[in-house]
Design a binder for this molecule. Structure first.
Ligand code: C5P
Length: 214
C-alpha cells in the first residue's frame, strides 16, 4: 500500500524567535512509518520538528506549522491508500504573528489564540475508500473523547492514549493505547514499545484495505 504518516508537533509562530508548540516527540508516528517501510509499503512521512532521525527508505516532508502540514497532507492524500495521522497538530495558534521580536516588559502579556482548522475533519468528505486512522491523546474521559473524535472526523480507527500515564503518550518510548472503531468496539493493548503499537496499526491497515491497495 501507499501510506502517508504524519508525526511530531507543529510550531505556531508568535514572532521571529518564539512559537507555541507541544510535547510530541514524533516517536509514535516515526515508528508507524518505519514498521510500514520494513514490510515493503511505500511511505510518505510528513513530520513536524523532531529530534529523531527519519527511518531509511521513506519519503520525508518536513514542515513547521499546522498550515504547512495541512498543505502537505492535502497534496499527498490523493496518492495514498491510507493515512495515519499521529501528529500532534496545534489546536490553537497566535491570532497575530508579530513581524518583529516582541520586547520584554514588566507588564503581563496576553496572547490571543485562534483555532486551527482540523486537517482530519477536512479530509472526511474526500476520503473515498482510503483508510484514515487518527490519534486521541487525552487526560480524562479517554474512551468517550476518542469515540467523539472518531465520529466527528469520520475516522476508520482511532488510537486513544491516556497521556497522564508515565509510560504512555508524549516523549516516552512506550505507549498504552486503546484501539477504537466506528461500530463501538475497542481493543485495549497492554503497555508496550511504540514500535509494537505501530505493528498493530499496520496489521489492522493490511487486514482492512481493499484488495486493490494491498
Ligand atoms: O487535537 P485532537 O485531539 O482533536 O487530535 C486528534 C486527531 O486529530 C489526531 O489524529 C490529530 O493528528 C488530528 N488533528 C488534525 N488537525 C488538527 C488537530 C488535530 O488533523 N488541527
Amino acid at each position: 500500500m501507499k501510506l502517508m504518516v504524519t508525526a511530531g508537533p507543529t510550531r505556531e509562530p508568535v514572532d521571529p524567535v518564539r512559537f507555541v508548540s507541544n510535547r510530541s516527540s514524533g516517536k509514535m508516528g516515526y515508528a508507524v512509518a518505519a514498521a510500514a517501510q520494513l514490510r515493503g509499503h511505500d511511505v510518505l512521512l510528513v513530520s513536524g520538528p523532531v529530534a529523531i532521525k527519519a527511518p531509511g527508505g521513506v519519503e520525508l516532508i518536513m514542515v513547521e506549522t499546522a498550515d504547512q502540514m495541512q498543505r502537505a497532507v492535502m497534496a499527498g492524500f490523493n496518492k495514498v491508500d491510507a493515512l495515519v495521522m499521529a501528529a500532534a497538530v496545534a489546536d490553537w495558534r497566535p491570532a497575530v504573528v508579530h513581524v518583529q521580536k516582541q520586547k520584554k516588559s514588566s507588564t503581563s502579556l496576553t496572547l490571543p489564540l485562534e483555532p486551527v482548522p482540523d486537517i482530519l475533519a477536512q479530509l472526511a468528505g474526500i476520503k473515498g475508500s482510503r483508510l484514515v486512522v487518527g490519534f486521541a491523546a487525552e487526560t480524562e474521559n479517554l474512551l468517550s473523547e476518542a469515540q467523539r473524535k472518531l465520529s466527528a472526523k469520520r475516522l476508520d480507527m482511532i488510537v486513544a492514549n491516556d497521556v497522564t500515564a508515565p509510560d504512555a503518550g508524549f516523549e516516552v518510548d512506550t505507549n498504552r493505547v486503546v484501539l477504537v472503531w466506528p461500530d463501538g468496539s475497542s481493543r485495549e493493548l497492554p503497555c508496550m514499545p511504540k514500535t509494537d503499537v505501530a505493528e498493530y496499526i499496520i496489521d489492522w491497515l493490511e487486514e482492512n484495505l481493499p484488495a486493490s491497495a494491498t
